[in-house]
Design a protein around this ligand. Structure first.
Ligand code: OGA
Ligand code: MN
Length: 319
């Protein structure tokens, strides 16, 4: 396979020594024919080695278009996952969980999305870390509870259960486009309050220390975001959103509930059925995702690196 290069805004590669060129659509193709702009499968890129600048460009271009990219058969060690993620942007630290330092199984660059303790044993059913982690079953956008939220998340499947445990993704651009004009203008300038205390509260989890309550005080996020490159508008929803500035709480929460119901209709959703060594990368600015349940007696070992958005969602200029 030849080197990748940019031409006329699209990424191409030389296949033979002569001049056979393939446009980006041949290395990243929609996973579902009926949804040409949501979820692409990337073929022919090996993430275990250092990427060329044009491969990095191809991935960003693919993310701008598809919002979610799937890579199969990427046998990554932790250090390789971190190195590859760093090639795409600045990493966020894994400060969003309730793992104490002494209990951590993985380094601070990796979010531990598993049901294992640091010795590799299954967490007991009523373990606080497991119960907190069940919050991933609710539709959300990663780190929307941080002032500076996440840009891309990169989730690597190391060990998966025999059944269940899919991850679902919802396209918040398509969900925005499908709103009535009246709702579009209603949501346009709204600011929401996001906190992990809200999202965990939905499941009845409130076992937080004072330090965790202070660390996860609500932060402000726009409800409508504009993609800085494509200009497309999207709904910025998340289970962490528990209020709208200037609105009474029950009114805000019922409104957000209705928006979530709309935005996660099956027509906007792709369900990823994992294979070991898949990497799925998603753009948290334009998608929501959620985990699906599986047998708690089975091991599910997934590890996530996360790129920071570097600026707040509030800093996107007028829309
Ligand atoms: C995540 C997440 C869902 C899953 O890694 O951020 O929400 O299916 N994962 O594990
Ligand atoms: Mn998540």
């Amino acid at each position: 396979m030849g080197a990748y290069y940019s031409q006329g805004g699209s990424v191409c590669r030389l296949i033979s020594t002569n001049y056979l060129e393939v446009c980006i659509s041949h290395i990243i193709k929609p996973i579902e024919a009926n949804r040409p702009d949501f979820v692409g499968e990337v073929i022919g890129i090996d993430l275990t080695r250092t990427l060329t600048d044009t491969e990095v460009d191809a991935i960003h271009t693919g993310m701008d278009r598809f919002g979610v990219l799937v890579f199969h058969n990427q046998h990554l060690e932790d250090e390789q996952q971190i190195a590859f993620s760093r090639q795409l942007g600045k990493l966020e630290e894994a400060t969003g969980d309730i793992m104490s330092e002494k209990d951590r199984r993985l380094s601070m660059e990796l979010n531990d999305i598993s049901n294992l303790d640091k010795h590799g044993e299954l967490l007991p059913r009523d373990d606080r870390r497991r119960l907190f982690g069940l919050g991933n079953l609710l539709w959300h956008s990663d780190s929307s509870f941080k002032d500076i939220p996440a840009k891309y998340s990169l989730l690597s499947a190391r060990k998966i259960p025999g059944a269940g445990g899919n991850t679902e993704f919802a396209d918040m651009r398509a969900a925005y486009d499908a709103l009535e004009a009246k709702t579009k203008s209603e949501v346009h300038d709204l600011i929401c309050a996001h906190s992990q205390i809200f999202s965990r509260g939905i499941l009845g989890f409130d076992d937080f220390t004072d330090a965790e309550r202070a660390k996860w005080a609500p932060v402000r996020q726009r409800l409508v975001r504009r993609h800085p490159k494509t200009g497309r508008l999207s709904l910025y929803l998340s289970s962490h959103a528990g209020g709208i500035e200037g609105w009474p709480i029950p009114e805000a929460r019922s409104f957000l509930r209705d928006l979530n119901e709309h935005a996660t209709k099956r027509e906007f959703v792709y369900a990823h059925v994992w294979r070991p060594w898949d990497i799925v990368m998603w753009d948290n600015r334009v998608t929501m995702h959620r985990a699906r349940p599986f047998d708690p007696q089975e091991v599910r070992d997934m590890r996530r690196t996360t790129l920071t958005n570097e600026v707040s969602s509030l800093e996107q200029g007028p829309i």
